[in-house]
Design a binder for this molecule. Structure first.
Ligand code: UT7
Length: 334
């Protein structure tokens, strides 16, 4: 019996969308008791963007997807599947991916959401790429999109200064042998779930006067504990994806970590012995956009020419679940 060799799968188009409204640390000072100094020193964040009243996760996901399709020289008709990674879907159901499928008029596309917190984009890449590897699908849109501003407690300074809204999208397709996704690592620790959660609004605590009064419809986070987890897991996860690819960190040109906190990013770089010049950072401009942070950073670095064809990029994220995920890609420019 002959075995068919897996196809090489990579990113063949990329786009991002960040809403227009920029909110600086000074603006946050008017909302909660905080300071530009505290936020800058502890997190590296200077600014974040929030959606407009009439802008929803599916809208910004659609904008990013349109840009990715254009970049790939494809139309919505070409797309076989849409996967949206989000922790802030428009609704519990239907999925945000189905709303995007309708917005794009992607007639033949299947669609589903994937929930893995800030690791969602990496989980989605790993999952979606299998459909192309096996030959079932040809082109897949993977989108990380979040409107965290809608679910932030603006009376809680521990969380509301950290997050921002945005979306990043890629089109996955076949690439020449030796390019594209070379290694993947995914992990989870459900025991750490309570450290970062949105407790109410699901079936465990449906909306009630009590749940609203207790502010259970907002993001809750034990920041310190998540910080310790992130510092430990980021470097480890990146090394595991490199192991899977049969590579060392010395062979990597670029590191794209989840943009949560500059101190977490610096510790991951140190663990991988990578100088900060090789690390893509935009947490200062967008804050933590959860599943959108890695594709937005990747898009910027591709389109401003930092990442070049043939270079190796490690992307690594962590987040609610708890989850972590990493991917090694060799960039292929059409
Ligand atoms: O995508 C995954 C999502 N989550 C994360 O990535 C978050 C990971 N965690 C972190 O980034 C950090 O733990 C934080 C930025 C959340 C907090 O930084 P920290 O250095 O761990 O500070 P802390 O929690 O130990 O708080 C230090 C102090 C506290 O005051 P006291 O108790 O020492 O008097 C806080 O009340 O800073 C205070 N504080 C603030 N002060 C001004 C907390 N938030 C603020 C604020 N402005 N916004």
């Amino acid at each position: 019996m002959t075995t068919k060799k897996d196809k090489a799968v990579g990113i063949i188009g990329i786009g991002s969308y960040v809403p227009a409204r920029a909110v600086t640390n000074k603006d946050m000072e008017a909302i909660v008791e905080t300071s530009d100094e505290w936020i800058s020193e502890r997190t590296g964040i200077k600014c974040r963007h929030f959606v407009a009243e009439d802008e929803h996760t599916s809208d910004i996901a659609t904008r990013a997807a349109e840009r990715a399709l254009k970049d790939a020289n494809l139309t919505a008709d070409d797309i076989d599947l849409i996967v949206v990674a989000t922790a802030t879907p428009d609704m519990l159901f239907p999925s945000t991916a189905c709303l995007v499928q309708h917005n794009l008029n992607a007639g033949k596309a299947a669609a589903y959401d994937l929930s893995a917190g800030c690791s969602g984009f990496m989980y989605s890449i790993a999952t979606a790429s299998q459909f192309i590897k096996t030959g079932l699908y040809k082109y897949i849109l993977v989108i990380g999109a979040e409107t965290l501003s809608r679910l932030m407690d603006f009376t809680d300074r521990n969380t509301c200064v950290l997050f921002g809204d945005g979306a990043g999208a890629v089109v996955l397709g076949e690439v020449p042998e030796g390019y594209g996704i070379l290694g993947v690592h995914l992990g989870s620790d459900g025991g750490g779930g309570p450290l970062l959660s949105l407790p109410a609004g699901g079936t465990r605590i449906p909306a009630s006067e009590e749940s609203v009064k207790n502010r259970l419809h907002y993001i809750h986070m034990e920041g310190n504990e998540v910080f310790k987890f992130a510092v430990k897991v980021m470097g480890e996860a990146a090394v595991k994806a490199l192991d899977h690819a049969g590579m060392q960190s010395s062979e990597v040109e670029w590191l794209i970590p989840h943009q949560a906190n500059i101190r977490i990013i610096q510790s991951a770089a140190k663990r991988l012995k990578m100088p900060m010049e090789k690390v893509i950072v935009n947490v200062d401009r967008y804050g933590n956009t959860s599943s959108a942070s890695i594709p937005i950073a990747l898009e910027e670095a591709i389109h401003d020419g930092r990442i070049k064809s043939g270079q190796t990029v490690v992307m690594v994220g962590f987040g609610a679940g708890l989850t972590w995920a990493s991917t090694v890609i060799r960039w292929h420019h059409k």
